[in-house]
Structure formats: C-alpha cells, structure tokens
Design a protein around this ligand. Sequence first.
Ligand code: NAD
Length: 255
Amino acid sequence: MGLMTGKRGIIFGVANDKSIAWGVAQQLHAAGAELAFTYLNEALEKRVRPLAESLDAKIILPCDVQNEEEMVAVFAELEKQWGKIDFVVHAIAFANREDLKNPFSQTSREGFRLALDVSAYSLVSMTRCALPVMKQGGSIVTMTYLGAVRSVPAYNVMGVAKAALESSVRYLAAELGEKGIRVNAVSAGPIKTLAASGVANFKEKMRIMEERAPLKRLVDQEEVGKSTLYLLSDLASGVTGEIHYVDGGFSTAAG
Ligand code: NAD
C-alpha cells in the first residue's frame, strides 16, 4: 500500500520532463495515486501525452487556464470518469518576457493583468471548478517562489503575481477548511525549467542559492515532488494555508 493508494487527482503544468509538475507526478505515481493531466496547447500535447501515459494516465486533456470553458470541461470529465477527486496540483505561471527584463516600473497594464490572471487567478478559478468534484474533502497544492515576499532582482511582476497567489492560498484555505479541503503552496528554490528560462539572471540566482543556502546546493524537481506529495497526502492532514519552503533553507538564512 502506497501513501496515495486509492487517491485520484489532476496535475496542471507539465510542459516537459524538466517541469516541476513532472517531478510531482512521478512522486505521486510512485506512491500509488491515479493521475490525470492537462496540457496548454497542441504543441505541448506532443510532449505531455507520452509522459502522462508512461505513468498510466488515461485522462489527458487540453486546458488553457485563461479559458474558463476548458477548465469547466476538465472537471466535468473527471466527474464523469471518476465520480470524485482527492487532489489538484497547480504548477502554472506566465509573464511576458519583457516584463521580466525591463525595470518593474515599466510593466504594462496588460502585462500585469496577464501575469496575475495566469499565475494567480487561475488557482481561484481552478479551485472553484474542483469544489463540486472534491466530494469527500481534498488537498490542493500550488507552486510559489520567494519573490512573493522579497524583491528578487528581475522577478518583477511575477513576484507580485506570486504574492497574490500566496494570499489566495490563505483565503481559499480559510474558506474551504470546513469542507475538509486543504490548500497549500510549495515555495521552491530556483530550478532550471522552461518557465525559469524567461527570468533574467537566473543562473546568478542559482549561484547565490548554492553559496548561501544552509544546504549549500540547489534543490531539484524530485525534492519539490516529495514535499508536494506530503502536502497532498494524509500525513499533512492538519496542514492548510501554509507556504512550505523547499529551498535548502535559503529563505531562512541571512546574508
Ligand atoms: P514549466 O515551464 O515547466 O511549467 C510552467 C507551466 O505553466 C507549463 O506547463 C505551461 O504550459 C503552463 N502554462 C503557462 N501558461 C498557461 C496557461 N495559460 N494555461 C495553462 N497552463 C499554462 O516551469 P516550472 O518551473 O516547472 O513552473 C511550474 C511552477 O513552479 C510555476 O508556477 C513556477 O512559477 C513555479 N516555480 C518555479 C521555480 C523554478 O525555479 N523553476 C521556482 C519556484 C516556483
């Protein structure tokens, strides 16, 4: 019996085998969970489908989180095929590349709206769609970054979006606790992924983490996956509204 045997859930945010969501998926599968996946568009479907199938996934659906109809359709399909779900993984973020390069004060209204919509509001709309299918409680985990609570060079509008995301975690947790639904975030240290390639000076962020984090090294997708597994499992039955750092202790160390 695995930690997640008998549990079913969906993972949003696999783009390729470097994605944090893929590290999470592998841990959940190894622990016995049954998984469904979404992909952003047809180009990514080619990468995501074989990965999902390698973990025995049968439900693999398109979902652009800016498209409410697609999101509704995803959860309707889960209800049709499974009746209920136990967990949701939200590992999605987007900002225009120029907004991660230009000075923060130059962020356009549209760039601000886009980053907040895709990276923060999507957790709210996803949770709303998941609620009717989480019939016996459940656990929702999203991915955040230190730039939510500190000004990290060049993280810019994505930091503001992560601040909104972390606050949304607390409000959703407060609202849904009485339904037995827990909502938490994992705050990961810098990891080389597709999304990370859009952040200027990313190599420098990795170097600083290796130098200053108490563990004196980077963390990887597997470690984020293991903490996410914990938060999704009954081991974390008393944990909600938390921002759980997986960054080698970096956020706790001075200088
Ligand atoms: P990634 O590029 O592998 O994943 C980002 C995902 O977001 C992709 O699957 C992409 O398809 C999806 N996405 C973007 N716009 C979307 C939309 N409109 N609708 C649906 N999906 C959309 O990169 P990642 O680093 O694995 O990112 C996953 C999460 O982890 C993000 O929230 C990111 O901010 C967070 N995070 C990453 C790091 C890091 O250093 N890589 C650190 C902390 C937190």
